[in-house]
Design a protein around this ligand. Structure first.
Ligand code: ZN
Length: 248
């Protein structure tokens, strides 16, 4: 097992949706690994804008971060319309977004990350990558059972066994809240990466890219926008508290 391989000699494959979280993960991987590739999934999302913004973000990173650009390799887009066919959720149909009695939003696609990670694992095998990087997070999405570290460890174990590949799954955002994700973007890429995150990453469930806020573009009222806005405001609040109060 080469689980302790030198990161500089390691290829990582980042699950990259073009959202805030996966953009932070991409920056984290580019700062750490010698070669980084990206994979996205077209599963019949209600809004093509998500897939369009992936390419906008990648282009902005290539232009503004020469050091990272030299390590940023191919982008892959896998079409998995079957996921839409077996789901009946707000992300892939015109149903309204709401929260079920069990606490899971109806945007939840059952086991979606299991499918994504398995496909990414197979692609990693093909591409010589030994690390998958994903933006799964227990802090803000505690209702998603396929975002839990325990689930991811089990998936990594399955992929290692099933492909005889020393594959690890890294989740740099696992214990971060949304404010800390903004802070991570600042730490990794400074104001330029924060600006890319604000301007180019897409979060809004309704696909709105016309209404502008401090934290980016979106309707401002869907659960995804609310989460992103709250994180931004909390991050700004912490910065202000730190500036005003010294040791915050
Ligand atoms: Zn929205």
């Amino acid at each position: 097992m080469s689980l302790t391989a030198d990161p500089a000699l390691t290829t990582a494959l980042v699950l990259f949706s073009g959202g805030q979280d996966s953009t932070a993960c991409l920056a984290w991987a580019l700062e750490r690994y010698g070669h980084v590739e990206t994979v996205g999934f077209d599963y019949g999302q209600r809004h093509r804008v998500e897939l369009d913004q992936r390419l906008v973000v990648l282009d902005a990173i290539r232009r503004q971060f020469p050091d990272w650009s030299s390590r940023l390799g191919d982008d892959h887009l896998l079409e998995i319309p079957v996921l839409g066919a077996i789901s009946d959720t707000a992300l892939t149909s015109t149903a309204a977004i709401s929260v079920h009695a069990n606490g899971l939003p109806n945007t939840f696609v059952p086991g979606r990350n299991l499918i994504f990670l398995t496909l990414a694992g197979a692609l990693a095998w093909r591409r010589g990558a030994s690390v998958l990087v994903g933006g799964m997070c227990e802090t803000d999405y505690s209702g998603y059972p396929d975002c839990r570290r325990e689930t991811l460890d089990a998936v990594a174990n399955s992929l290692q066994l099933g492909m005889e590949l020393p594959l690890t799954i890294e989740t740099p955002l696992m214990d971060l809240d949304k404010a800390q994700t903004w802070a991570l973007a600042m730490e990794l890429g400074g104001p330029a990466l924060v600006a890319i995150t604000v301007e180019d990453t897409h979060t809004c469930y309704l696909g709105d890219r016309t209404t502008r806020h401090d934290w980016g573009l979106g309707c401002g009222t869907c659960p995804a926008c609310e989460l992103r806005a709250r994180g931004w405001q909390a991050w700004k609040g912490r910065l202000t508290a730190h500036t005003d109060g010294g040791e915050a």
